[in-house]
Design a protein around this ligand. Structure first.
Ligand SMILES: Nc1ncnc2c1ncn2[C@@H]1O[C@H](COP(=O)(O)OP(=O)(O)OP(=O)(O)O)[C@@H](O)[C@H]1O
Ligand SMILES: O=P(O)(O)O[C@@H]1[C@H](O)[C@H](O)[C@@H](OP(=O)(O)O)[C@H](OP(=O)(O)O)[C@H]1O
Length: 286
C-alpha cells in the first residue's frame, strides 16, 4: 500500500486529492510523471544518467537510485498513472531534518515559452535565486526542545531574503529551532555541515565535478539535505546531500553548467561561514 511521504518539504504534495509523490515501505519514492513535457523529460534524464559511462561512480551516489517508470494508483484518485520509481532518500531515518534548496541564479533556460520565462523570472526576483544563486524551497526541522517537527509555511519560506536564507541554514543545524525569537545555537553545525562525511565535504565533491562536467545542465534542480536526530548508533547524524528534480535538465553540449556551478559555490560559501562562526564559538553569528 502506497502512502503520502511524511518528510516531503517542497514541490507538489499529495494532499486534498491533489497529485503528488507516494512512498512504499521498501524505501521507494514514486513521483508521478507530470502530464506535460516535464515528466517525460525527467524520465529521459534518469534513463540517460543511469546508463552514462562518463558519470564517475562517486558522483552517482549524489543522485537517488532510479528503478524505472511504473504504473501505480495515483494520489488524486484518477486511477493508474506512470510514476518514476526512485530511491526514497529519507527512508531509514527516524527523525530526519530535511531541507530543499533550489540551485542557480535563474530557473528559466533557453527556448522556454515567454509565459514560462515570465513565471520563472518573477519568482527568481522575488526570492534569493537572483541575489544569491539559490533559494530555500522548503524545510522541516526536528526541534529538540519540544521533541517534534518544525516546518515553516511555504509562503514564509518563499519570502526569505538573504538574511532569511542564512537564518534557515543556521536553524537547520540548531537545537532551538522552533522559537522564532531565539538565536539559533548551531549546536549540530560541526557534526552535520562539518566533519569528514558532512554536508560541506559532499558539496565540495559535487562542486569538483561541476567544475568540469559538460554532460548536463541542471536547470531548476535542488540540493536535498537530510540528517538524523534520533540518537544511537555510530554514525548517528548520517548527513546526506542528494540532487533531486530533473524535470528541466538539458544536454550540456560540451558547455559548463555555469548557472548551477555558480549557485553551488554561493551555497557552499554560506555553509562555510556558518561552520566558521560556530567553530570560533561565535554561535550567534555576531
Ligand atoms: N527521491 C526522493 N526521496 C525522498 N524525498 C524526495 C525524493 N525526491 C523528492 N523528494 C521530496 O519531494 C520534494 C519535491 O521533489 P521534486 O522537486 O522532485 O518535485 P516537484 O513536484 O517536481 O517539485 P517542483 O514543483 O518544485 O518542481 C523534495 O523537496 C523532497 O522533499
Ligand atoms: O515554488 P513553489 O511555490 O512550490 O512553486 C512551484 C515551483 O516553482 C516549481 O518549480 C514549479 O514547477 P516547474 O519548476 O516544473 O515549473 C511549479 O509549477 P507548476 O505549479 O506549474 O507545476 C510551482 O508551482
Amino acid at each position: 500500500m502506497l502512502k503520502v511521504p511524511e518528510h516531503q518539504v517542497a514541490g507538489h504534495i499529495a494532499k486534498d486529492g491533489k497529485l503528488g509523490p507516494l512512498i512504499d515501505d521498501q524505501g521507494r519514492f514514486y513521483k508521478p510523471l507530470q502530464g506535460d513535457a516535464r515528466g517525460e523529460n525527467e524520465a529521459k534524464f534518469y534513463e540517460s544518467f543511469t546508463s552514462n559511462k562518463n558519470v564517475p561512480d562517486h558522483i552517482r551516489g549524489y543522485f537517488p537510485v532510479y528503478h524505472g517508470v511504473q504504473q501505480v494508483e495515483a494520489s488524486d484518485g484518477s486511477g493508474e498513472l506512470p510514476h518514476l520509481v526512485l530511491e526514497d532518500v529519507v527512508s531509514g531515518y527516524v527523525k530526519p531534518s530535511v531541507m530543499d534548496v533550489k540551485i542557480g541564479s535563474r530557473t528559466w533556460y533557453p527556448d522556454v515559452s515567454e509565459e514560462y520565462f515570465n513565471k520563472c523570472i518573477k519568482k527568481d526576483m522575488a526570492t534569493t535565486t537572483v541575489s544569491l544563486g539559490f533559494r530555500v524551497s522548503g524545510l522541516k526541522i526536528f526541534d529538540h526542545q519540544v521533541s517534534g517537527f518544525w516546518r515553516p509555511d511555504k509562503r514564509v519560506v518563499l519570502a526569505y531574503k538573504v538574511d532569511g536564507a542564512r537564518m534557515a541554514l543556521r536553524k537547520f543545524v540548531s537545537s532551538n529551532s522552533l522559537d522564532d525569537d531565539a538565536v539559533p545555537d548551531c549546536a549540530f553545525a560541526s557534526e552535520v555541515y562539518g566533519g569528514s562525511n558532512g554536508i560541506l565535504k559532499q558539496l565540495l565533491e559535487l562542486k569538483a565535478w561541476f567544475e568540469t562536467q559538460t554532460l548536463y545542465h541542471f536547470n531548476s534542480c535542488s540540493v536535498l539535505m537530510v540528517y538524523e536526530n534520533e540518537s544511537g548508533g555510530d554514525d548517528e547524524r548520517r548527513a546526506q546531500v542528494k540532487l533531486v528534480d530533473f524535470a528541466h535538465v538539458l544536454d550540456g553540449n560540451g558547455v559548463i553548467d555555469h548557472n548551477f556551478f555558480g549557485g553551488l559555490c554561493s551555497f557552499i560559501k554560506f555553509i562555510q561561514d556558518i561552520l566558521e562562526s560556530s567553530d570560533n564559538g561565535h554561535e550567534n553569528g555576531h
